[in-house]
Design a protein around this ligand. Sequence first.
Ligand code: NAD
Length: 425
Amino acid sequence: MSYDEIEVPDSGQKIEVVDEENDEISVPEDPIIPIIHGDGIGKDVAPAAQKVLGKAAEATGRNVSWMRVYAGQSARDRYGEDVNLPDETVEAIKEHRVAIKGPLTTPVGAGYRSLNVALRQTLDLFANVRPTYYLDGVPSPMKAPEEMDMVTFRENTEDVYAGIEWEQGTEEVEQVKEFVEEEMGFDDVMHDGPIGIGIKPITEKGSKRLVRRAIDYALEHDRDKVTLVHKGNIMKFTEGQFGSWGMEVADEEYPDDEVFAAPDSLWEEEDEVDIPEDAVMVEERLADAMLQWMQLRTDEFDVLAMPNLNGDYLSDAAGAQIGGLGIAPGGNFGKARMLAEPVHGSAPKRAGQNMANPTAMILSGRLMFDYLGWGDAADLVRDAVEETISSGKVTYDLERQIEGGEKLGTTEYAEAIIENIEKLS
Ligand code: NAD
């Protein structure tokens, strides 16, 4: 395919789909990988991550041919003021199957939809996956941060993030209000006067495919437990239904000795459940309680699967427990498709100052390497990052919390990681 603004690298090959339904791809040793640098600190962290990841690929006998694609400010600069997400960016990611992005700015109340949400929806990247584990040497507010080793699966395409909402003062919002009050019989529920209304769709398809991914992950990675986190006691027909559909997947789609659906564990604190040995236990927990358990009984949790909004809050809170946003990686997965991205945003105040911490973006690349089947490169990235941090070489965000730490700029920190890749490989 030819593009207007995107330069296709002159070397490298395409990742091909083998079996879309079963999420199978065929990865050459020299894949072309699209990269969105992103807004704000994206301009600092993305080039740094690109260098580190390129080096880890090279050290394990491979080569990444990066293909710059544009979204956010970089797209407006190239394609025109009202083009935030060019079609060709979406097409390039669709064509090449696996990509990585830096953060994109979404001003609150902007006249356009979040680009992140748009990308996830357009590419049907239905699972946002965030491994949260402790890296040796990282300052954390917790007494035992090393107890955290969780992977969160956040539903990525629906819930109140689906973008079905109406602004106060519009004819549409009044129409929806009237319909809900008069046709649906919910009068006296909404106050009079200006109102904003949003809709929270939770579907069987969206819930089940997410929970299935989480259970498959637990089985493949020898995890013990999948916890479905929802607020089903209050939002029975949306969040509660998510839980029921999730338990249905656990109960009906896997043999009992592999996956065990725990009965009623939601309502009892100390549930004694007889679980078949070696089976992955699937249980439900309420989201508010879960935030508490995550801090008080960190080591009891393993894999979490959640609707979109819970997932957003919980994964950030989990990230804080192991040292904050600068190091928390993420990946969005669809069928035979992945988009890696750090959890953090564009932190505009720190942009362009060679200060921001590129660890989250680098570790998102590690997740991408894992997806490509490059486990050795993924391990090398993690080991080199850990080695760098534990030697006290860190960016400003961590340095101010570590006694005797050495503060490095984004680029210099990435160079220190590269040196460690060379040493370790
Ligand atoms: P943010 O993550 O950009 O920043 C919050 C604070 O965290 C920053 O002030 C900074 O102190 C710290 N921080 C974050 N990343 C860091 C890093 N790599 N190194 C050092 N410190 C770091 O969150 P925000 O301020 O709420 O959002 C800013 C913009 O980013 C908004 O427009 C928001 O919509 C967008 N955003 C984008 C994504 C994404 O692209 N996936 C995610 C979250 C927020």
